[in-house]
Design a protein around this ligand. Structure first.
Ligand SMILES: [Zn+2]
Length: 86
């Protein structure tokens, strides 16, 4: 499990959500967190060897491009940017 997924799971498990209205706590937040997990399940880190040594790339973004997209890709960075740092 990569760092972004761990930070998302820690954030989603925070007790402060116990005080949120029922619709957010029981419905909206779990769906939103699951959507983010599904996105992260697509954008997986992959180690690749190149002529310059080992590089980390995004498996999904690289599959959609004519070149390797380095890790973390823009999608993972965008999720990372809004998660609180421990
Ligand atoms: Zn990606």
């Amino acid at each position: 499990m990569d760092e972004t997924r761990q930070r998302l799971d820690v954030y989603a498990a925070q007790r402060q959500f116990n005080q949120a209205p029922e619709f957010i706590r029981g419905e909206a937040a779990p769906r939103a967190f699951q959507a983010l997990r599904s996105v992260l399940d697509l954008h997986l880190l992959q180690e690749k060897r190149s002529e310059y040594g080992a590089v980390q790339v995004c498996l999904f973004c690289s599959s959609q491009s004519y070149r390797e997209i380095l890790w973390p890709c823009r999608t993972v960075e965008a999720i990372n940017e809004v998660l609180p740092h421990a």
